[in-house]
Design a protein around this ligand. Structure first.
Ligand code: MRU
Length: 346
């Protein structure tokens, strides 16, 4: 599988996911501004990958601060990076994790290269821990699937959306290597086709059976192809389990409920936002109308028509069968069980 990003000490080299699957190209980012641009353009995308890229961007930012006040400049860099995309909480989490370490070390008197080296080690550990978390999620999630499973997914919550292995597709990957996967149906995921361009690509490259469908085919496919479960990733999960993910996820949850098919969300602990009681206040990114009015460079809608282009939706917790994390599988009642697992509350 292709690396989503590679840390080079003086640069973060990012796989340009806007060009896949036709072209494999990497972009060298020498400063945090280029990483921010890559996040906004979806050259790097997927909540955990954005979080890790942001952590590395903070290191690049810290490296280039030459004068005091160090911490307030680093804080500005974090705020700037966080503004690149609003929905995935992992972005803010990646920035804050590095910032908080910087503030602590600065408070202890550390300055310059020794301080930056510690931040670099932190960003690298975020990267490594993401892969380890995905593998744990994969083990826990694979156990939930029946043998010969037919799974449906949306967008790309695979290796490409993370530092490696994937969340929802990490579960599929782990199940595949246990001989449990018969077929994965991958929604195309309009407008930007992450399901067709990225999920189908990464699964097919690895020999995992995958069938592409357009988004409108999902409910019928679930019924006709006897889909055993739907598995998706997440960009932000509120304290009550309401889950923001790629636009179209809510439709799948409704269809799964109507067809009595389990609907699973797979996400690391860093995707939970326990400051939000429920999903009503999750910020939903709206993107350019051009993403809807054009397709592969061709105009497909009249110029005078208005466009609504939310990049994410929120699936209410009561439509979710279970949330698979690296520290355990959470089932309803979510408010109590999320708090118990993430806050160690009994
Ligand atoms: O707009 P994107 O491509 O960043 O959206 C990605 C998703 O919605 C994923 O499902 C989510 O980030 C989980 S990735 C493991």
């Amino acid at each position: 599988m292709l690396d989503t990003m590679v840390w080079g000490g003086d640069r973060l080299t990012i796989l340009d996911q806007t060009k896949l699957p036709a072209v494999t190209e990497y972009i060298d980012c020498f400063d945090h501004l280029r990483v921010k641009e890559a996040i906004a353009r979806l050259e790097v995308r997927g909540a955990p990958a954005i979080g890790a890229a942001a952590a590395f961007a903070m290191v690049l930012g810290a490296k280039h601060i030459e004068h005091e006040p160090f911490l307030s400049q680093l804080e500005e860099i974090a705020a700037d990076l966080e503004s690149a995309r609003p929905t995935a909480v992992n972005l803010a989490w990646g920035c804050r994790t590095v910032y908080e370490l910087a503030a602590k070390l600065y408070g202890e008197g550390l300055r310059g290269t020794p301080l930056v080296k510690k931040l670099e080690a932190k960003a690298l550990s975020i990267y490594e821990e993401d892969i380890a978390a995905n593998k744990k999620m994969g083990d826990l999630g694979a156990a939930l699937l029946p043998n010969d499973a037919t799974v449906l997914t949306h967008c790309n919550a695979g290796a490409l959306a993370t530092c490696g292995w994937g969340t929802a597709m990490g579960v599929v990957r782990s199940a595949f290597y246990r001989g449990k996967i018969k077929m994965v149906y991958s929604d195309e995921t309009r407008p930007l086709l992450q399901g067709a361009r990225l999920t189908a690509y990464e699964l097919a490259e690895e020999g995992i059976p995958v069938t592409c469908i357009t988004d409108g085919m999902a409910a019928w496919t679930m019924k006709q192809k006897k889909v055993d479960c739907v598995i998706v990733g997440a960009d932000r999960i509120a304290a009550n389990g309401d889950t923001a993910n790629k636009i179209g996820t809510f439709n799948l949850a409704l269809a799964a409920k109507a067809l009595h098919i389990p609907f699973y969300v797979a996400a690391p602990a860093s995707t939970f936002d326990l400051h939000l009681a429920d999903g009503s206040t999750i910020p939903i990114e709206e993107r350019s109308p051009l993403e809807v009015k054009t397709f592969a460079g061709s105009v497909v809608a009249p110029e005078k028509a208005a466009v609504f282009n939310p990049a994410f939706d929120v699936t209410p917790a009561d439509l979710i069968t279970a949330i698979i994390t690296e520290i355990g599988v959470i089932t309803p009642p979510y408010e109590k069980n999320i708090a118990r697992l993430l806050r160690n509350e009994v």
